[in-house]
Ligand binder design. Sequence first.
Ligand code: NAD
Length: 503
Amino acid sequence: MLNREMVIANRGVLDQPIAFRAVIGGKFIDAQSRETIARESPAHGGPISLYPRATIEDVNSAVAAARNAADTRIWSGMSGRERHRILLKVAQIIEARRQELGLIEALEGGKPIGNVDGEIQSSIDNWEYGATLARHTYGDTYDELDGPRLGLTLREPIGVIGIITPWNYPLGAVSQKLPFALAAGNCAVIKPSELTSGTTLILGEILLEAGVPEGVVNIVCGYGQDVGQAIVEHLEVDMISFTGSTAVGRKVGAIAGETLRRVSLELGGKSAQVVFADANLEAAARGVATGITLATGQICIAGSRLLVERSVAVEFTNLVFEHMKAVRVGDPFDAYTQVGPVISSAQRERIQKYLKIGSEEGATGRSAALSERLRTSKGYYVAPMLFSNVQPGMRIEQEEIFGPVLVAMPFDTADEALHIANGTSYGLYGGVWSKNIDRAFAFARYMKCGTVEVNGYLNGSPELSVGGIKASGIGHEKGRHSIEEYTQLKTVQLSLDPVFSGH
Ligand code: NAD
């Protein structure tokens, strides 16, 4: 058990890495190969975690355990009330361990210790809400068919769900899937990202302690190309629920298509924030700056494109940049830090590559300053950056950068703004800022994306579904509709003999 105060006092430098174990069939195990994956701090480069690197045999064991749990109905055969109580207990244990979970997220992901709690809280909220849906899974009856025949549409669990998650919000991402999959009576095999597996493995302990039977949820660690792909290809896995990049999502979808299994894909984005001159410009500027800097811009729904009405474009863009500059980038274990490093050197290189592309395309970049200490540190720090003189169609306007890089474009008419907003391959999220409710609602209706926020950004609730369209994915998570994602329909027809004359 880590001493939180000591870890914070040492700025996240550990004497030795935390050794995690996989969860298969209710047992905590090392990989059969005994190989591990070492995670190093994105803030200072020192050792943080060791995850057991699963082999194909480990994946097979995890799938076999889940298959057995599904086929013997140890979970789906419980009443909704029993599942509800266990899922609620999961939420309570996460609550009791929230500081430890937050600490691991800060260590592995480089998120500021002062603001990791938001992710833990939203995870708790999802487990609590998911628990209620365990008592809310129901089908339809048709009593007006021909004669005494009665038709029933039942909702059944799908069986074994393969869950694959990204590094940016590890506990948050699995908590957008698993509570709902379990509420509907499914079993699961989970692979978190090789960069941030810690909190998902701790969740494995929590599930068992809460009373989820052994084998219902199995968690293995490893890289995508071997372990992830083995889960996706395994024919005893009935559905894949994947969150990650569009490039990998396409591969996952292709395999699911070829083998005719259900798939849910939560993928990348290039979301637009549309600001009209009549908006509360101060609130909008704060919302736009936070929307691209929170978690160092490594959020799928980051508002990475700013579209602003031309009459206020210069003034508003300057205001946004002032807010971006004021964001305190720093060591995740400094109490006042708002934004930490990015996740890896590869991610920093990717961002730097796009900064170069932006300049080559003719856009004008402005960057917030990074202190000498951060520039020379071993951490992967990146300063927030704003590009103006951006034309729709430029690569920096079309492609997901996944960093604190905002591109700003003026518009003259609402039609033009809508056209630019809808003009990428993605369709995840959008924001519109205006006091004109007719206009704001028209945008909400016609922006081609899964969620639109009016006069706010990055809000969310477990009751509200999220999901992308176009290259941002297929399917929805959270909300009561998540039960539809994780169930399949079964039609039952009862041909009843008439008992009363004519009935
Ligand atoms: P990624 O696609 O590289 O990896 C995601 C997960 O897939 C990881 O666990 C990885 O190991 C695994 N993986 C990689 N190759 C695989 C393969 N061939 N088969 C099976 N699994 C494989 O994404 P990332 O870099 O971890 O995360 C960032 C991306 O995730 C961004 O594009 C971001 O927009 C997206 N994202 C989307 C949402 C959403 O809800 N739409 C949420 C968070 C992140």
